[in-house]
Design a protein around this ligand. Structure first.
Ligand code: SAM
Length: 232
């Protein structure tokens, strides 16, 4: 399989993908070891930039795969910041662990193997500075509902594949229509929420980036969660 480099102008200006990322991609994708469903380079850079701007003490990622997006996020963390990344496929998780060592970020990444929703339900509300959603598409509305209360005031909620409606055939277990509908539910809910300010950002498949706006002093209640997520 081919691993496309960052193209043309972007590559000329920002430089090529660095050697560590190249190595991680090659060892993870060669021989179809893992599917090519990680973020693209533009989204990876954007995740790193958002992390650098946000300076979160804690980031949670839903969907690790072999750790490509996680490496970008981990690279952007401030001193003492930690990333918890959630993955239910033990083989992908094992490879991600190796990749975190190769990338020199293993000291700031906690990888949890299991069902993401179960873990999110146990995270302390208001403790997460950035939540990145990039796992099973049908669960995006569930991740929004579980994830919103976890965000600290001003926390960022980032969802991958926000533009890829109906085109998930390349992901295993895909049921394109239901996945597309779930993403659309997520995007509409986030867009309507008075407690989130959102913008789409360009990458191949699109990121939807949202910032939590409500009062930090107030614990989210059932009402505020429903108002924020518009998922009932
Ligand atoms: C699109 S890939 C993640 C790509 C990764 N964020 C990146 O860009 O490098 C989605 C991952 O979510 C995992 N996943 C799917 N459903 C899950 C669940 N319920 N809990 C945890 N992980 C899940 C899949 O095994 C897969 O590795």
């Amino acid at each position: 399989m081919s691993i496309a480099p960052p193209t043309g102008y972007v590559r000329a200006v920002l430089g090529p993908r660095d050697e560590v990322l190249d190595r991680v991609l090659r060892r993870s994708l060669d021989g179809d070891r893992m599917p090519t469903i990680m973020v693209d380079d533009a989204a990876g850079r954007l995740l790193q930039l958002l992390t650098l701007i946000q300076r979160p003490r804690r980031v949670v990622e839903v969907g690790t795969l072999f750790g490509y997006s996680a490496i970008h996020i981990a690279r952007g963390l401030p001193p003492g910041g930690r990333l918890t990344t959630l993955e239910n496929d033990p083989a992908a998780a094992a490879l991600a662990r190796e990749n975190f060592e190769i990338a020199g970020v293993a000291d700031r990444v906690d990888l949890v193997v299991g069902n993401a929703a179960d873990h999110l339900a146990a995270v302390e509300p208001g403790s997460v500075g950035m939540l990145f959603i990039d796992a099973d598409k049908k669960s995006y509305p569930t991740y929004l509902k579980l994830g919103f209360p976890l965000l600290e005031p001003g926390g960022l909620l980032v969802a991958d594949d926000a533009f890829a409606q109906g085109d998930f055939g390349h992901e295993s277990g895909g049921d394109g229509e239901a996945e597309s509908a779930a993403i659309h539910t997520y995007c509409r809910a986030v867009g309507r929420s008075p407690l989130l300010f959102s913008a789409f950002a360009g990458s191949g498949t699109g990121l939807l980036i949202s910032r939590r706006l409500d009062d930090p002093a107030e614990e989210p209640t059932r009402d505020t969660i429903e108002e924020a997520t518009c998922v009932h």
